[in-house]
Write a protein that binds this ligand. Structure first.
Ligand code: NDP
Length: 399
């Protein structure tokens, strides 16, 4: 069918590459390009010999000219951005210049402020529309599948959705006192920021980790979870009509929180550059360098993740609740693709979103969030490519 250019060669990219190779009818050819080419070559070496033809390249994705030159050389049908959120705008600029479709898994964040919002990327709507190309934003698990679940609930089960609670539980154990399951810099910026939720048309802000609940997760058990700000709250608040409240909760163990508090207290999570022996360094970037590489957690992580959405709303004049979630086993993921479940649950939906655009099922000129497209073919593909979902029509609600 076509060719994709994958930018980034980290934990998520590795799963995307494995999954594209499992779907070679759509991904006849892929080019893996990243800052460190040896990582792209290592992935190629692992997967070469199958039906999908793989090439590699070096690129600095902060540099639009380099990106444009690479896209002109590779001539892909779609660019899959699984580098970091800092590169979203430069890659979108390069896609505009070359008139190639774009997708990513996380919204743009400026390097110097830990503020993630869609406004920068939504500003490209008119330009993408005029160029006749599609940008699909936030197509991992959360954001990503959570938006697809919301569109599916709206399409099949509700006349109106009033409340959504997104619950992200990681019951996995990697055996380290402290490590993050995806890029430590991005992860710590997210969890040390103030929390917020959307209620009656406005944001309610909380202190970091101020709101705690306990929930009994299927196949994982009882876990503490904390309210965080999360990017899909912003798009779902607009795209799910009639919505009154959306919250996002993530589970954290006590050891993780104690370490994080200590690191915060001593200034190690700061993104303000400091002078160190005549050089400027960012404490959080230094911390990333000493923490375990998330890609190395695969072999040692045991347990399961459980991520999903609880909906409350109306159908035929009656109040209704519905919970849809996926349970994913870290070791099963490792056996299949050599990664833990956090990279897996992000990389599988990224491949599916890319396939939706490449096959024309989700192709429309402009910039879109996942919940703006028909959820049905995506839901089918989740079952087919390793993230089957479970429905509960009488779930325990979060107070
Ligand atoms: P990693 O840090 O493992 O990988 C990032 C990759 O991007 C690395 O290969 C890195 O290169 C490359 N990169 C960074 N900067 C540049 C640059 N300027 N030019 C070219 N390549 C660059 O991150 P993850 O794989 O864990 O995460 C990837 C993305 O997925 C992130 O945006 C993250 O926020 C998102 N994510 C989304 C989730 C969701 O559910 N929606 C969940 C988890 C993650 P190098 O090897 O040289 O460092």
């Amino acid at each position: 069918m076509g060719k994709a250019l994958i930018i980034g060669a980290g934990g998520v990219a590795s799963v995307v590459v494995h999954k594209c190779c499992q779907n070679s009818e759509v991904f006849e050819e892929i080019c893996i390009a990243s800052r460190t080419k040896s990582k792209c070559d290592a992935l190629k070496e692992k997967l070469d010999g199958g039906k999908t033809k793989i090439t590699t390249a070096q690129v600095d994705a902060d540099n639009v000219e380099e990106l444009v030159a690479l896209i002109n050389e590779v001539k892909p049908d779609l660019v899959i951005n699984v580098a970091l959120p800092y590169q979203d705008l430069t890659i979108m600029d390069a896609c505009l210049a070359t008139k190639v479709d774009y997708m990513d898994t996380a919204n743009y964040e400026p390097l110097d402020t830990a503020k993630f919002e869609y406004k920068w990327q939504w500003d490209y709507r008119e330009r993408f529309e005029k160029a006749g190309i599609t940008a699909l934003l936030g197509c991992g698990f959360d954001p990503g599948v959570t938006g697809v679940f919301s569109a599916y609930a709206m399409k099949h089960y509700f006349d109106e959705i009033h409340e959504i609670d997104i619950l992200d539980c990681n019951g996995g154990d990697h055996g380290y006192p402290f490590a993050t399951n995806f890029n430590p810099e991005i992860n710590i910026r997210e969890v040390s920021a103030k929390g917020s939720y959307w209620e009656n048309g406005e944001w309610v802000e909380t202190e970091p980790m101020e709101i705690k609940r306990v929930y009994n997760f299927d196949q994982v058990g009882e876990k503490d979870m904390y309210l965080l700000h999360h990017e899909e709250l912003e798009s779902l608040g607009i795209n799910i009509k009639g919505i009154k409240r959306i919250r996002f909760f993530m589970t954290f163990g006590q050891s993780y929180l104690t370490h994080l508090k200590c690191l915060e207290n001593v200034g190690m999570t700061s993104i303000e550059p400091i002078d160190f022996e005549g050089k400027k360094i960012v404490p959080l970037q230094f911390l990333k360098a000493v923490l375990p590489d998330p890609a190395s957690l695969g072999p040692r992580t045991v347990g399961k993740t459980n991520i999903g959405c609880i909906f409350k709303g109306m159908k035929d004049g009656q109040e209704k609740t519905y919970y849809v979630y996926n349970v994913c086993d870290h070791q099963e993921c490792y056996k299949e693709v050599g990664s833990q479940a956090i990279s897996y649950t992000t990389g599988v939906p990224a491949m599916i979103g890319a396939a939706m655009v490449m096959t024309g099922k989700w192709k429309r000129p402009g910039v879109f969030n996942v919940e703006e497209f028909d959820p049905d073919p995506f839901m089918e593909a989740l079952n087919e490519y390793g993230l089957p979902w479970i429905e509960d029509f009488n779930p325990t609600l979060v107070d």
